[in-house]
Design a protein around this ligand. Structure first.
Ligand SMILES: *Cc1c(COP(=O)(O)O)cnc(C)c1O
Length: 237
């Protein structure tokens, strides 16, 4: 019971902080959706979150997603937030509501092709490496517009917006500038009136910095540790 209670309390706390951040920024809390990042967490933890009304869950490994979907058959909204190889797309396309982590034309093309075969239109976000970190995936801000234009031929994907993983920091304020840049990038792309491109989703903000991200315009926040506690990575048996 201890653990159950703590997930529920944590969710309430995060939801309160989301509301407060919206208030500070003069935003309607309905504009912001909380995604519970359940990677590495057991199905029981997901069920506890579901009891608090959470239906949006984020996973970063295609096979883990497949395994969890085999156990949880309720109609949840699964989000793929981790880096993706094209040979794993079969676990993702048609099985998630949004792929957040598209970071190359090659991957976008593969998503388009499999979606076309399945008769689907797949919603994607483009991952942007806004701080230019060596260690991070993502399209550079400079390449973003050209990338968006070159994806225009892929009729079975729909670019819904942008995603970023901001730098790890003890002081979330330091990431405000990056979140602000992300919002501006989205506004800039929308202002180019590229055919069929209108973005309205900004996926940014994690446990350490989601309140700042919301103040700067996030519409999806991805919170793992702040809901489920620390992740323990055990070797597979
Ligand atoms: C793990 C992960 C998160 C959640 O991180 P926390 O710091 O635990 O909230 C969010 N986004 C992505 C892309 C992740 O991989």
């Amino acid at each position: 019971m201890q653990e159950i209670k703590s997930i529920q309390n944590a969710i309430r706390e995060v939801e309160d902080k989301i509301s407060a951040a919206c208030k500070r920024a003069g935003r309607n809390p309905e504009e912001v959706t909380l995604i519970a990042v359940s990677k590495t967490m057991p199905v029981e933890a997901i069920r506890e979150a579901m009891e608090c009304g959470i239906i949006e869950f984020g996973e970063n490994r295609p096979q883990e997603l497949r395994d969890k979907q085999a156990e949880i058959t309720e109609p949840l909204h699964w989000h793929m937030i981790g880096s993706l190889q094209t040979n794993k797309l079969k676990y993702v396309i048609g099985k998630t509501v949004l792929i957040h982590s598209v970071d190359s034309v090659h991957l976008a093309q593969a998503i388009h092709e499999m979606s076309e075969k399945k008769g689907l239109i797949t919603d994607i976000l483009l991952e942007v490496n806004v701080a230019g970190e060596e260690s991070k995936h993502g399209i550079s801000p400079e390449e973003l517009e050209a990338t968006v234009r070159s994806l225009n031929v892929f009729s079975n994907i729909r670019i819904r917006g942008l995603m970023t993983v901001a730098p790890y920091t003890e002081n979330a304020e330091e990431n405000r500038i990056y979140f602000r840049q992300m919002k501006q990038l989205m506004v800039d792309i929308n202002s180019k009136n590229i055919d069929n491109v209108y973005m309205d989703i900004l996926s940014m903000g994690m446990t350490g910095d989601y309140e700042i991200a919301i103040e700067e315009g996030a519409t999806l926040v991805r919170v793992g540790t702040g809901i489920f506690g620390h992740r323990v990575y055990l070797p597979k048996e």
